[in-house]
Design a protein around this ligand. Structure first.
Ligand SMILES: [Zn+2]
Length: 737
């Protein structure tokens, strides 16, 4: 048996599905369709229903998460908007590809890859891809015993059917990957924008991602250089699906019992977590509904889900009574209990939807409805909710596609702003940054409404933690966020407890998973606009947390979660420190400050300090670990600052000059003006008739300026004369806090 083998090299790669919601669904290796697309580009021709077998393996040097700008066209304003999304980017990626097909066809591919008709790119890559070592290799099957198990040199996709014949030490991560196009390629034009790009429908196959170094044995195929080859199997992947489609079977034999959803991206995962929360509240054993990344809901339970969701949103009787009473006191007959109990909880993620659009009679008719009999009011609200659900089911477009989210059911609609407002836009007014319309089935459409329950809401922000390989774990971590009883967590910041858990996963998870566990934060900034941030725990952040977090100043617990926010979003802790010190130094000018933002909260925390102590050097040290700079001792700069203060306070005539000096040094730091800082230092030492310490002059170079200047300024504002007294005072602060 002959295969065509070639290598691809690219400096950067981001792998999304051809139809994927950009940035939220990425893979550690390109999906099959990307490689197929590249081959046809090289041949300079269109796919004509040919099928061949593919094996994809690869390795990369590093993963970085970086912002990628996605464009969104505003049809009304006639301008391009940009939406920043953070995605993992694979650096210095090499791929090892094997293709098996008829000899004649392999000849064509070989020729095309050696002399491509176009410059070739891998999806999302900025740089052309380099094709190397295109060559025919012979392949053969071998039986590998357990004692002789192999460890592949590359990460690999292993199509599911291989697992019948091989054993592995690692479980692998299941992906549902796009493959060849389906034959039917027609698309009903549902909207004026939908005709811009003709969407394509793919076949999807299940494959496990195994990292290099995993031990494998069993029946394996090798090429002549002893590389294992994990080919897709045409028969099982394509023909079985055809057969199923013919019989109208959706997913194996249990399709009649279960409705299935895949949490392949954070959006769908948040919806699945929402459903699990609702079911848990109903007293269901939720473990029964989860298989790895799949949520499977028994059909009879699915029928009851709308009502269960209404119950979940409306909450318990006591809370509801209090809520409605309060609103009635404020608004009187202008009360609308539907809006109080349902609308407010869904509007941010589902504006203008059947559940939130005020023009629908089932919402309008509840205006002014209020009575002492809360049970009756709630009953009417629930009825309206169920009518909204019925309304949702009637919205149906003539679409020939399969649903993008489940890859199985017939789509009935195209995704728009009502499905998830922060990410999508209305097709009537704004062209989506997703250029291809995304078809969605009714089941997945309703499921997305549960994202409102999946995210944890705090202030105007929503937070969700996503673990790519395990839905139950994702549920568990998000539960930690939304558990309200645990007071201890509030004190430390809820995120922190999640971070600790994530750090704990380090030994069990592959590095790809670890780099892709991330927090999604959605901040509503308008009725239908939102900022979406995501942050993950990078290896340097993990190191900083592990080594230093115990030294976090105990008297600054009130801003611990703000500290974490700075760290996760990559904001500099020097900025954090500047706010803190400004609050301390300019207590008077901030006395009317309203605490509304993170920044004002940090300033406020600074105002409350009686003096600055050495424990603030924590922020400098933490930042320097994140900067991956060489660890330096900066304590001496603190003590020099403190010594200078001593010279000033000894002499009552000079003492009053200390405050203006502190102001000027703070200003120099704020402006990052090294010259001004040094100028003021020289003046200060002249003032107290001392020589400026040699170490300060030596160390204040560009690289160290922040480190030394902040440490010095903290020292200049500190109190005790000896280190022991300092430590003692910190302990007192901790006790009284
Ligand atoms: Zn679907």
């Amino acid at each position: 048996m002959d295969c065509l083998r070639f290598k691809l090299y690219t400096p950067t790669g981001i792998f999304k599905n051809p139809l994927s919601i950009k940035g939220i669904e990425v893979y550690p290796l390109p999906p099959y369709s990307t490689i197929i697309g590249l081959i046809y580009k090289a041949m300079g021709k269109k796919w004509n229903k040919e099928h061949f077998q593919i094996s994809i393996q690869g390795d990369y040097e590093a993963i970085y998460r970086d912002y990628v700008w996605f464009k969104k066209y505003d049809g009304r304003k006639k301008k391009l908007d940009k939406l920043p999304l953070q995605v993992p980017i694979l650096y210095n990626l090499t791929l090892l590809i094997h293709i098996m097909a008829e000899n004649e066809f392999l000849d064509q591919i070989e020729k095309a890859l050696k002399e491509p008709k176009e410059v070739l790119f891998l999806s999302g890559g900025e740089y052309p891809v380099k094709v190397e070592e295109v060559k025919r290799v012979s392949c053969e099957k071998k039986r590998i015993s357990e004692e002789d198990d192999i460890t592949p040199a590359y990460n690999a996709y292993v199509p599911k059917h291989h697992l019948e014949n091989i054993n592995t030490t690692d479980k692998g991560i299941l992906f549902n990957l796009s493959y060849f196009y389906k034959n039917s390629n027609k698309y009903a034009t549902v909207h004026k924008y939908a005709t811009v790009n003709k969407p394509k429908t793919y076949n999807w196959i299940d494959a496990y991602y195994f990292q290099k170094g995993t031990y494998i044995y069993g029946s394996l195929m090798f090429d002549e250089d002893e590389n294992p080859v994990f080919l897709t199997d045409l028969d099982s992947d394509i023909l079985v699906e055809k057969e199923q489609r013919k019989q109208g079977v959706c997913h194996g034999s249990d399709a009649n019992e279960y409705i299935r959803f895949y949490s392949e991206n954070w959006l769908m995962a948040s919806a699945c977590v929402g459903v699990l929360k609702v079911l848990k509240k109903q007293g269901e054993k939720i473990e029964d509904f989860v298989e790895e990344k799949t949520l499977k809901i028994p059909k009879d339970l699915w029928e009851k889900l709308p009502e269960a969701y209404a119950d979940y949103l409306i909450n318990d009787k006591e809370t509801t009574k209090k809520l409605l009473d309060d609103v009635y006191k404020q608004k009187g007959d202008n009360i609308n209990p539907y809006n109080t109990l349902i609308y407010t909880k869904l509007i941010d993620f589902h504006s203008n939807s059947p559940f939130t659009n005020q023009s629908h009679n089932y919402i309008k008719r509840l205006k002014g409805v209020y009575s002492e009999n809360i049970g009756e009011v709630v009953k009417q609200v629930k009825e309206s909710f169920l009518e909204a659900y019925k309304k949702l089911l009637t919205i149906s477009k003539n679409i020939s596609e399969i649903c993008f989210f489940c890859h199985k059911r017939q789509a009935k609609n195209i995704v728009d702003a009502t499905n998830f407002t922060p990410l999508f836009s209305s097709l009537d007014t704004v062209k989506n940054f997703i250029w291809d319309p995304i078809p969605i089935c009714k089941e997945c459409e309703f499921l997305l409404y549960f994202a409102s329950a999946g995210f944890y809401k705090s202030g105007g922000k929503y937070l969700f933690v996503y673990i790519p390989d395990n839905l139950l774990e994702t549920y568990g971590l998000n539960l930690v966020l939304s558990t309200e009883e645990e007071v201890e967590q509030d004190k430390l910041g809820k995120i922190w407890s999640v971070v600790k858990h994530v750090l704990g996963l380090e030994t069990q998870k592959s590095s790809w998973i670890l780099q892709n566990i991330y927090f999604v934060e959605i901040e509503m900034v308008g009725n239908a606009t939102a900022n979406i941030y995501s942050f993950n725990i990078s290896p340097t952040l993990a190191e900083a947390i592990r080594n230093l977090i115990n030294k976090y100043p105990k008297n600054l617990q009130s801003v611990f979660s703000d500290f974490l926010f700075y760290v996760y979003t990559g904001k500099s802790l020097y900025e954090f420190l500047l706010l803190l010190i400004s609050g301390f130094i300019k207590k008077e000018s901030y006395k009317n400050l309203e605490v509304k933002t993170i920044e004002s909260r940090i300033i406020q925390a600074g105002r409350k300090l009686d003096y600055l102590s050495k424990n603030l050097l924590f922020f400098i040290k933490f930042q320097e670990v994140l900067n991956m700079s060489e660890q330096k001792n900066i304590d001496w700069a603190f003590w020099e600052g403190k010594k200078l203060k001593g010279f000033y306070t000894k002499d009552p005539n000079k003492e009053k000059k200390l405050e203006p000096l502190i102001y000027r040094l703070l200003e120099a730091i704020r402006r990052k003006d090294k010259g001004y800082f040094i100028h003021n230092l020289i003046r200060a030492y002249l003032e107290v008739e001392r020589e400026i310490p040699y170490v300060i002059k030596e160390s204040l170079d560009d690289k160290n300026f922040n480190m030394i200047a902040y440490a010095f300024l903290i020292g200049l504002n500190s109190e005790e004369r000896t280190e022991e007294a300092q430590v003692k005072n910190e302990e007192n602060i901790t006790e009284s806090a």
